[in-house]
Design a protein around this ligand. Sequence first.
Ligand code: GLV
Ligand code: MN
Ligand code: MN
Length: 410
Amino acid sequence: MQVDIDRLMGELETLSAFSDVPAPAVSRVVFSPHDMQARAWLKGLCKEAGLTVREDAIGNLFARWEGTEAGASPVGTGSHTDAIPYSGRYDGTVGVLGGLEAIRTLQRAGVKLRRPLELLMFTSEEPTRWGIGCLGSRLLAGAISLEKVAGLRDGEKQSVEEVRSRVGFAGDLAKTKLPENYYSAFVELHIEQGPLLEAEKIAIGVVKAIAAPSSLRIKLDGEGGHAGAVLMPVRHDALCAAAEITLLVENAARNSGGADSVGTTGVLRVHPGAINSIPSKCELEIDIRDIVLERRDAMVAKVKAGTEEICARRGVKFTIEMINADPPCTCDPAIVSAAIAASEAIGVKPKVMVSRAYHDSLFMSRLCPTGMIFIPCLKGVSHRPDEYSSPEEIRRGVEVLARTMATLAT
Ligand code: GLV
Ligand code: MN
Ligand code: MN
């Protein structure tokens, strides 16, 4: 099996140039002009490979290579091409372009598979625009209500409906949900986004479970005023409350009793944002995760209760919106076995591991048996411009993906 790694590395480079920021950083926000250009280019590549391309109402892209048995349910693969602000070129893209190269590799090898292979590019795996991750795969799996989607607003107060129709995605969002027997299996190739494979010098990770993510939005309403004139005892500074909440999130994760707990306040908006004005309003977006659902929920409860206490003490009004609180997923044992066997076939004893990052696979697992293949990335770095996986690491990942899909589609 010959993976055309030079071509794939060239394609990863081309895709990275569809970006709002200069290289090596990448920002590609869903439905931005660069995202739309990248999508058009990707569709061209899929068509060039002889795949049949379709898109659904939310812009999820499906590119199918037919199998030999009419009507057999496909094996899916894929990931996302949107990129968070100032990130790198491999997160998600290795699963999309690598998935395409896995299909091309099987085509070149002259393999005839019973089931179709279907490449997916999911819309908005990243939460950058509408605050919630995995929008496309949530809709495919029926894991988000249409009311919730209708209520989402981006930083410019634009709805999903407005933006998707402006960029050309029309039709009933309810129809994006796939029937439960649509796929026979789904396998996603991704960079590890953690340090374990590199540290242990293992070329392939086979994912057995994906950690449970959650996110909250806290809005604080204090009292503004003149930074020189309002004396300290009478202040209700929204940013000081936000600062305490941020530390509370850190403490909740540090002291959860589990090494797998993480808590991050990644967004803090301050109003009015002037050096000589007391902050009157703040908005925080908080990400809390764990492998153990109960421990994740206990951290969320601690943050909610602590916010109430901090705000009462400081005379600041607050609202807490739970954006998402998803359960973890367990990967399908047959896919885990197929991926282990595929890895061993290229001489690599893989590490069976947990994914701490979330992926579209978390939602695909609600639809069909699902698995993931990880490759190492330098120092475990991700969501940064210096994210890196070597051509050899990517080549091995694509070959293991191709072999796994061939097993599942036979
Ligand atoms: C995906 O990008 C995540 O935040 O885990
Ligand atoms: Mn990401
Ligand atoms: Mn990703």
